[in-house]
Ligand binder design. Sequence first.
Ligand code: 5GP
Length: 208
Amino acid sequence: MNHKGLLVVVCGPSGVGKGTICREIVGRNENVYVSISATTRKPRKGETDGVHYYYKTEQEFENMIESDELLEWAKYCKNYYGTPKTSIETMLDDGKDVILEIDVQGALQVKRNFPDGILIFILPPSLNELKDRIVGRGTESDDVIHARLLAAKGELKHVNEYDYIIVNDKLHHAVSSLESIITAEKCRLKRNIQTVERMCGDDIPSDW
Ligand code: 5GP
């Protein structure tokens, strides 16, 4: 029985720990993949092209928009970010679950275009804790930290558009909440109609 995979959008402010949660999920579930986005942001120390992002120039990114290569895209703190369409639809058709780790603007586009997608918002325990996490990462200048905290406040206003909320207070709680959501979504009646219909059409075994 080949079920279509789930499209899971994991969203939430910069520094909330989306990447760490998604990496844990992928490490524990061989059927789950995280999409690699394209961006015009410069690579941080330790980031690799094709692993963390596909790093593009503005012109290259705008060409991707023009030629309809992106499932969704957004400008976030002066840089473009977007999800390449390639391979996502194939993975879903093959029954693989795909996580998009994206910002609120992108999540709302996915919601419009893929009503079956599941939208999950990761909250920090508090904005103060969020600031400490971004500062502690040591990868951004003060200006960028300020812009990202402002963006976080804006993102929180859209929280009621999501299907699920997870508070990332302890990593293992957040990971197990996300796994539980994926498991529950797979059990929804609408995703199992064919199984039910097939069974209703089966004859009672003849050796009964
Ligand atoms: P960062 O620069 O910290 O890697 O990412 C900044 C923000 O861009 C994060 O909120 C991240 O989730 C978001 N982001 C990453 N990839 C994409 C994407 O493909 N589309 C959209 N809309 N946002 C993305």
